[in-house]
Ligand binder design. Structure first.
Ligand SMILES: *[C@@H]1O[C@H](CO)[C@@H](O)[C@H](O)[C@H]1NC(C)=O
Ligand SMILES: *[C@@H]1O[C@H](CO)[C@@H](O)[C@H](O)[C@H]1NC(C)=O
Ligand SMILES: *[C@@H]1O[C@H](CO)[C@@H](O)[C@H](O)[C@H]1NC(C)=O
Ligand SMILES: *[C@@H]1O[C@H](CO)[C@@H](O)[C@H](O)[C@H]1NC(C)=O
Ligand SMILES: *[C@@H]1O[C@H](CO)[C@@H](O)[C@H](O)[C@H]1NC(C)=O
Length: 608
């Protein structure tokens, strides 16, 4: 695994060589899990000296090409669970006796800053000791590296010293390459200790300014996360589903998370609760300031929340919105403060208004862009796509809470990310005549520990007039502006790919949340750019065609496309019809549209 990071843009190449030692041909699997936020950009296989390289095609065209290559068929497909942060890529190929195969997978991702750090996650599950096992990461950050930490979920005290780390001012090199013997569970046995996540966390140095701008080959990228800003008080209404389905562990975990949140709440914040099933019951009609007495009262209240009844999401969210609006109008809330609603639900609306588009419309028009709505979907029975669109339509994000023993920690973790708003209505402005194709440059919030990234193309290479201005509302009004100095020399063309990655992600988001005109337009543009920059997105597939071979016993290539069921009911593999014998075998890999929903869910406004 070879990962190169240039200014948060990570380019990872996974190479796997397998030798078939048997005296008969055998099927060899290449199973990889990669981060959901990553796009595959290349895949190739080398079999008996021949290299087969994948090509990114429009999904429909890829399918046609594939079907053309396939004459008779058999069904192949495996159901595999996906992790919380990872997406599975799986290929198998038949390899002749005593010959080998090399798989090379490349993917790219923009690392997002969360809670004050970037994370590079590599999942390694080789299943047996590997002759030449190696994870290498090279990080180059022009702003300077503040810290780097590397660890793994599987590292024993024996393996820990094998992680090598060299950090200089702007560069870090991390490597981990245990020998065959060091990987073994016990001397001489086939079990391996290597099984889990290898994690690298780091952050960069930040000056008290409008951030860092890097220009390479005519594209710029602007990273904005000023240090030491005071937090802005927030007004938050927790809208809590207590319908029957929340019964048992889920409601207990919700109580546990709310209690932890209340214990941490800042005194200048205001908060309120709306409990709902088929009835809507606010704790109090107005929000309360987080004084010691009010928090104590709320703790007693939260301990009494129990499950009962149906699910009226529409009325519950509207109630929360109404409370915030009324309190704001009555001047009960601080003038400079951030308004948000955090909805926690585990089910489908089945009481009151239950037509999903109607609920989205009601909520959007009630909020009118004046507050953020965060939706937490608990467990597998929520319509996650519905929550995802609804939160994005209202300056927020959705997050999936997995039903597991750590659900309370997941809830708390999400809250921590949004607990400290630093700025709202952040506008990053660049002179019209010097830049074009700029990615989103308005963000409703910047949270402590996150980062705003904007990229674009320079209209001409004259940087003399590159004046950047940032406006935002903080604890006090803030406006930085500075003339950007010299062009800095950075290796490679990462700024252009970073710009393309960000643009595609934002277009894909718009293709789900925009008006119907915007949707079509955004989809067409996203497709065009995915093809131009060779990204496997929900709109494209990668096809590997193996040319005709003499050997008609050639077995098929199998690609499992794992998509998330509509209602989030686990993962299902989409079956691809594969021939038993073929002259032209086709391999298609894609990432499903539902997976993209997942992929975008982790983005906080302010993080993008
Ligand atoms: C293949 O190997 C097995 C044992 O490893 C042996 O029994 C068999 O005879 C071999 N077959 C051929 C065709 O060499
Ligand atoms: C994809 O990988 C193949 C083989 O590793 C390489 O030859 C090719 O240049 C790569 N394509 C791109 C666009 O990087
Ligand atoms: C893989 O096969 C090629 C040619 O068949 C050979 O040159 C190479 O050494 C083999 N690699 C390994 C690791 O066995
Ligand atoms: C922001 O987070 C850092 C730690 O990541 C902390 O030291 C700092 O006090 C926080 N600032 C505010 C305003 O909460
Ligand atoms: C949003 O805020 C603006 C400005 O305060 C106000 O004019 C508008 O009516 C508000 N929208 C809603 C739906 O409350």
């Amino acid at each position: 695994v070879d990962c190169t990071v240039t200014s948060r843009f990570a380019h990872t190449v996974m190479t796997s060589v397998a030798l078939n030692r048997a005296n008969t041909s055998q099927e060899i699997f290449f199973d990889v899990e990669l981060p959901k936020t990553a796009f595959i950009t290349n895949f190739s296989m080398e079999i008996e000296g021949q290299v087969y390289v994948g090509e990114v095609k429009e999904k429909e065209k890829a399918k046609q090409q594939y079907e053309k290559a396939v004459s008779s068929g058999q069904t192949a497909g495996l159901v595999k669970a996906s992790g919380r942060k990872m997406e599975k890529f799986s290929v198998s190929v038949n390899v002749a006796a005593s010959s080998n195969v090399t798989f090379i997978l490349t993917y790219e991702e923009l690392l997002q800053r969360k809670m004050g750090k970037y994370e590079i996650l590599t999942r390694v599950k080789p299943k047996e000791p590997v002759q030449e096992f190696k994870i290498v990461a090279d990080i180059y950050e022009p702003q300077g590296i503040a810290f780097v930490d590397a660890h793994a979920t599987f590292l024993s005290n024996d393996l820990l010293p094998l992680v090598e780390k060299t950090v200089t001012d702007k560069k870090a090199h991390i490597s981990f390459s245990p020998t065959l013997e060091q990987q073994r569970k016990c001397p001489g046995c086939d079990g391996t200790l290597i099984d889990g996540d290898f994690l690298i966390n780091y952050d960069v140095n930040r000056a008290q300014s409008l951030g860092d701008i890097q220009v390479v080959n005519g594209y710029f990228v602007h990273f904005f996360a000023p240090p030491d800003l005071p937090r802005v008080p927030k007004n938050v209404v927790f809208v809590i589903d207590k319908s029957g389905s929340m019964g048992g562990r889920k409601i207990a975990q919700t109580r546990e998370a709310l209690l932890a949140i209340l214990n941490d709440i800042h005194e200048e914040d205001h908060f309120g609760f709306v409990e709902f099933d088929d009835k809507i019951v606010p704790w109090k009609e107005s929000l309360s300031k987080a004084t010691t007495e009010n928090v104590a009262e709320a703790i007693a209240y939260v301990k009494r929340i129990v499950d009962v009844g149906g699910t009226d999401i529409n009325a519950a969210v509207l109630k929360g919105v109404d409370m915030l609006i009324k309190d704001k109008q009555a001047n009960r809330l601080p003038e400079r403060s951030v308004d948000m609603i955090i909805l926690l639900t585990d089910g489908m609306p089945n009481s009151g208004e239950s037509h999903l588009p109607k609920i989205q419309e009601n909520v959007r028009s009630a909020i009118g862009g004046n507050m953020s709505l965060y939706c937490l979907g608990f467990g597998n029975n929520v319509d996650y796509a519905f929550l995802d669109v609804m939160s994005k339509q209202n300056n927020g994000v959705a997050r999936r809470i997995y039903e597991a023993s750590d659900a309370a920690l997941q809830l708390q973790g999400f809250y921590d990310e949004v607990a400290s708003p630093l700025l709202s209505e952040v506008d990053l402005r660049y002179p019209d005549n010097t830049v074009e194709f700029v990615t989103t440059n308005h963000f409703s919030q910047l949270f402590n520990g996150s980062e705003i990234v904007v990229a674009g193309r320079l209209a001409d290479n004259d940087l003399d007039n590159f004046l950047v201005e940032v406006y935002g509302q903080g604890a006090s009004a803030i406006n930085w502006n500075v003339v950007y100095p010299d062009e800095e020399y950075i290796f490679g063309d990462f700024t252009e790919r970073l710009w393309a990655y960000l643009t595609i992600q934002q277009l894909l988001e718009k293709s789900k949340t925009g008006s119907s005109d915007e949707k079509g337009n955004a989809t067409a543009k996203a497709l065009d750019m995915s093809l131009r920059y060779s990204f496997v997105t929900p709109l494209t597939s990668m096809v590997v065609i193996k040319p005709e071979t003499e050997d008609s016993t050639e077995a098929p290539l199998i690609a499992n496309k794992l998509t998330e069921g509509k209602r989030g009911k686990g993962m299902k593999a989409e079956n691809l019809f594969l021939p038993n014998r073929l002259h032209n075998s086709g391999l298609v890999c894609h990432s499903g549209s539902a997976i993209l929903g997942q992929q975008l869910q982790d983005n906080l406004p302010g993080a993008f």
